[in-house]
Design a protein around this ligand. Structure first.
Ligand SMILES: [Zn+2]
Length: 263
């Protein structure tokens, strides 16, 4: 029998089909494995988002439990347009201040603090604020960092831990005046001290206020409250301008120490 010009023998066909099957199987396995890795990563990111949002909600006015924050549609509806969920169908449970996914492969934990306290050293909010506070190269000359540049810089600094600083995060941490397209992050010098806070880009210092500020490596939160007990922003302008008082006196008046931030 002549080979080549008359096509394949049955054996050759079977061999070719077998090889193709093995290659296809390997490709399917690789795609499935990549998909599992992507799901695991997305699940972690979703839980980190819940953790950070929960911490901000606690700072602002909420005393709800972490589990309730995960489960209650009325609560998460306030903070998310789409509820963060496990892409592989796992469910989230709060265990000792951590958010755990029920999916057996998603065993990485996300810390969210516990009770109504905010952990200073090991949570994603602090991580974000640390990174924010270390981004000052655009501000040395008085140029604020806009929202897009802010996220680019954070992505560079935080790597896998990066979550975009969205409007609602800034709103909860620094006040509703600061959300929107004018979102900026400023470092402003008050004498030898640098104050970090989110500003609206306005040169009108008297408008500046925040729930949180970082002064000399220490995170402070406002101690001012509304009549219903919810927390409201305190004037950063007062710190900045030090009208008739020292910086420390101005801080002590409206802010309380959360803790040091090493950066
Ligand atoms: Zn999961």
């Amino acid at each position: 029998m002549q080979r080549g010009s008359k096509g394949f023998t049955l054996v050759e066909l079977i061999v070719v089909i077998a090889i193709l099957s093995v290659l296809l199987g390997m490709a399917v396995l690789r795609i499935a494995s990549a998909r599992e890795d992507a799901d695991k990563k997305a699940c972690y990111t979703d839980r980190a988002l819940i953790a950070r949002t929960y911490q901000l909600a606690l700072i602002k006015n909420s005393s709800t439990s972490l589990q309730n924050f995960i489960d209650d549609p009325a609560i998460y509806g306030t903070y998310y347009s789409v509820k963060p969920t496990c892409p592989a169908g796992g469910t989230y449970t709060a265990i000792n201040g951590k958010i755990v996914c029920s999916h057996p492969e998603h065993d990485n934990e996300v810390s969210a603090g516990s009770g109504t306290t905010v952990e200073v050293t090991s949570n994603s909010l602090i991580l974000t604020i640390k990174a924010l506070a270390s981004i000052d190269k655009y501000n040395k000359n008085g140029n604020p960092l806009d929202g897009q540049k802010l996220n680019e810089e954070l992505k560079e600094k935080l790597g896998d831990a990066f979550l975009p600083v969205e409007d609602y995060i800034i709103e909860m941490a620094f006040g509703d005046k600061y959300k929107g397209s004018g979102l900026t992050w400023r470092t402003d010098s008050a004498g030898p001290t640098t104050i970090y806070f989110a500003g609206d880009g306005s040169s009108n210092h008297s408008n500046w206020a925040a729930y949180l500020v970082v002064v000399d490596g220490v995170l402070y939160k406002t101690k001012l409250t509304e009549g219903n007990g919810s927390i409201r922003t305190a004037g950063v302008a007062q710190l900045y301008q030090k009208t008739g008082t020292s910086l420390q006196e101005a801080l002590a008046k409206d802010f309380t120490v959360v803790g040091p931030i090493d950066y």
